[in-house]
Design a binder for this molecule. Structure first.
Ligand SMILES: Nc1ncnc2c1ncn2[C@@H]1O[C@H](COP(=O)(O)OP(=O)(O)OP(=O)(O)O)[C@@H](O)[C@H]1O
Length: 632
């Protein structure tokens, strides 16, 4: 193909012709003279922004087409600068794959991982408009069912939580919860009660003992089974209950056959003191419990994380019950993997729901023990456990619903957008969901804002796909006009000189400017925003602020409840990732530069959100790298 000509028709009338050139060298002189510009593309790009991403089927470009139609198997990395259509191409790819490989993908679904819930909403309409719906959109903070983490960690904590060493820390924390007593285990049990005055009172107790070595052997056998903790617990309990039953029989000088031991175990398990003692040694655990307990206890941290420095451990400590952060989610997932049973401990639930879940979990463990010890005949226990099952939510119907609710769901394909932000631990979580490693990884290493994010694709992916990933590059920026991109390119050259910015196709006309303005002076920023809004007419505007100023500046624009739908959005850089606006006002770039170790890249991201107009406001002099801005 040398050239592709798009004919646009209305009914039987041709209303437009657009040429797309694949190989300029091979065009004859005559053909060159008759080329029709990429009018359709330009028209699409000049449209005002609506707050939702739209499809671009009519104007897909060659390099994007290659991404969209790449084969299903294997890992494809799409590296491209801001505005190169990575997101839009990735979503069209999802639609293309669902269409081409319908049988597999309708059954297994496609997971699209984005940077946050706002972004998921921003792109949600692209797929249904392409006629596809077996897609789960999720942020990393939502990948663990039952938890919706939105809070970000401070950079030092994000770095530690995102480090692969945390997988060992979680495993060690769990091993620390599998205990044996310092000496022998002693448990006092009730052997005789009587009813006096209508009240049951204990008449006789008895002390049972299990030798330390026997406890240690029970733990060893349970660990050696290689079952996850909550499953191996049944083995541990079986051995310990047997040992207690044998001790009881020995003390009473009573011979025991197999049947007697089974019965004695059951009676012992019904004793609260026995349960308490055994639970303390090998407790039933939820991922939430394991991680919360670990982070709330400096002693537990020191024991589980000898490989972390004291400072690193300190960054992880927090009081019990704090909200889950995005960095916690891969740790919960890791814990769930080692524990073997997922408990839906939704953080939106009430305390009563949590208690109810706890009770149900208890019942399930009890049932597990009964199964293991062959005591399922106990109709009472069975009935209670079954009642717990009936309380579970009704089964989900669509592939997407089932996949979202199931932590162990294996997707048919996974697309990760803004993939440069994922930590090594987050990649572990994502890879668990795609055992076939059929992946599309979309991002820009130059835009990495998270301190735990990627410095190179190989660093994150080689471990899972053994260096066998393919890379496609997108080089043309469809969003940011040339004039604005030059300013952004200066920033990139200063903070990441090895990275090249993409080339812009549009020229916006309005030179980007720097305005000397104090955002704390009442009315100053709001007046500037009002002026910009008047310039863009129907379009949308974003005020992008340093993290520390976000709350104060957002308060200047009351009544803007929905960021995607209101004419003005006030955002931190992190929240603005992947979005675009007709006009952008970046407040105090100097503060953005230094707010995190990746501040320079944050500024690059902020400057490249604009499709038409860019204004930067500053109190003193703007940073030298913004010298190209026209000063007002
Ligand atoms: N072929 C195309 N035709 C029309 N519009 C396009 C085309 N490709 C990209 N665009 C538009 O360009 C804009 C930027 O695309 P997109 O958000 O996918 O870029 P991105 O590479 O993901 O950017 P970033 O890295 O900054 O998040 C969008 O408005 C998109 O619709």
């Amino acid at each position: 193909m040398v050239r592709r000509r798009h004919l646009h028709t209305q009914g039987r009338t041709v209303v437009g012709i657009d040429d797309e050139v694949f190989d300029l060298e091979r065009l004859s002189d005559g053909d060159r003279r008759t080329l029709v510009g990429e009018a359709a593309l330009m028209a699409a790009l000049r449209r005002g922004r609506t707050g939702r991403m739209g499809e671009v089927v009519a104007t897909i470009q060659t390099e994007q087409d290659r991404v969209i139609r790449a084969g299903l198997p294997g890992a494809l990395v799409v590296q491209g600068g801001p505005g190169t259509g990575k997101t839009v191409a990735a979503l069209h790819r999802a639609a293309f794959l669902l269409y081409t490989h319908r049988a597999v993908l309708e059954r297994r679904g496609v997971l699209v991982v984005g940077p946050n819930a706002l972004f998921s909403r921003y792109i949600a309409q692209v797929l249904p408009s392409l006629g596809e719906s077996d897609v789960v959109l999720s942020s990393v903070g939502e990948l663990y069912p039952g938890v919706r983490a939105t809070a970000a960690d401070a950079p030092p904590a994000a770095v530690v939580k995102g480090d692969l060493r945390m997988a060992e820390v979680v495993a060690a924390a769990l091993r620390d919860r599998q205990r044996v007593p310092a000496g022998d285990l002693e448990v006092s049990i009730v052997v005789r009660t009587s009813v006096r005055g209508g009240v049951e009172v204990v008449v006789e107790r008895m002390a049972l003992r299990v030798e330390h070595a026997v406890c240690a052997a029970a733990r060893e056998r349970a660990r050696a089974s290689r079952h996850p903790h909550n499953v191996a617990r049944r083995l541990f309990l079986l051995d310990m209950l047997t040992a207690l039953a044998l001790d009881e029989a020995a003390q009473l000088d009573r011979p025991m056959d197999e049947e007697d031991v089974r019965y004695a175990r059951k009676v012992l398990w019904a004793q609260p003191s026995v349960r308490e003692a055994l639970d303390a040694l090998w407790p039933p655990l939820t991922p939430q419990r394991l991680i919360s307990d670990l982070f709330a206890d400096a002693g537990a941290m020191a024991s589980a994380a000898p490989g972390l420095s004291p400072d690193e451990r300190q960054t992880l400590l927090r009081p019990y019950g704090g909200p889950w952060t995005v960095g916690d989610v891969p740790l919960l997932d890791e814990a769930a993997e080692l524990l073997g049973e997922d408990e839906d401990d939704s953080d939106t639930g009430t305390a009563r729901q949590a208690a109810e879940q706890e009770r149900e979990a208890e019942e399930r463990y009890a049932l597990g023990v009964l199964e293991f010890t062959g005591l399922l005949e106990d109709q009472m226990m069975e009935a209670t456990a079954l009642a717990g099952r009936h309380a579970a939510p009704a089964p989900a119907t669509t592939t997407a619903q089932r996949a979202r609710a199931d932590r162990r769901w294996a997707y048919g394909h996974v697309i990760v957008d803004e993939a440069q932000e994922l930590s090594a631990m987050a990649w572990r979580t994502v890879m668990r969901r795609i055992p076939s490693r059929s992946l599309t990884v979309v991002g820009d290493i130059a835009q990495t804002g998270s301190a735990a994010g990627a410095r190179s694709w190989g660093e994150m992916l080689d471990r899972y796909v053994g260096g066998r990933w393919r890379e496609e590059r997108l080089t043309v920026n469809y969003r940011t006009p040339v004039e604005i991109m030059k300013v952004a390119a200066d920033v990139l050259a200063a903070v990441a000189p090895d990275r090249r910015p993409p080339e812009s196709v549009r020229d916006g006309g309005t030179p980007p400017r720097a305005v000397s303005l104090d955002p704390d002076v009442p009315g100053a920023l709001t007046a500037l925003v009002a002026g910009e809004l008047a310039e863009i007419g129907e379009g949308r505007l974003a005020v992008i602020t340093p993290d520390a100023r976000h709350r104060r500046i957002a308060a200047l624009f009351p009544g803007l409840d929905d960021i995607l739908d209101s004419p003005v959005a006030v955002l931190t850089v992190t929240a603005s990732k992947g979005l675009e606006f007709d006009a952008v006002v970046v407040v105090e770039p100097g503060e953005i530069l230094v707010q995190t170790p990746m501040g320079g890249r944050d500024l690059y991201v902020a400057l490249t959100r604009a499709t038409r107009r860019l204004t930067v406001t500053h109190r003193g002099d703007p940073p030298g790298m913004l010298a190209r801005l026209v000063r007002h």
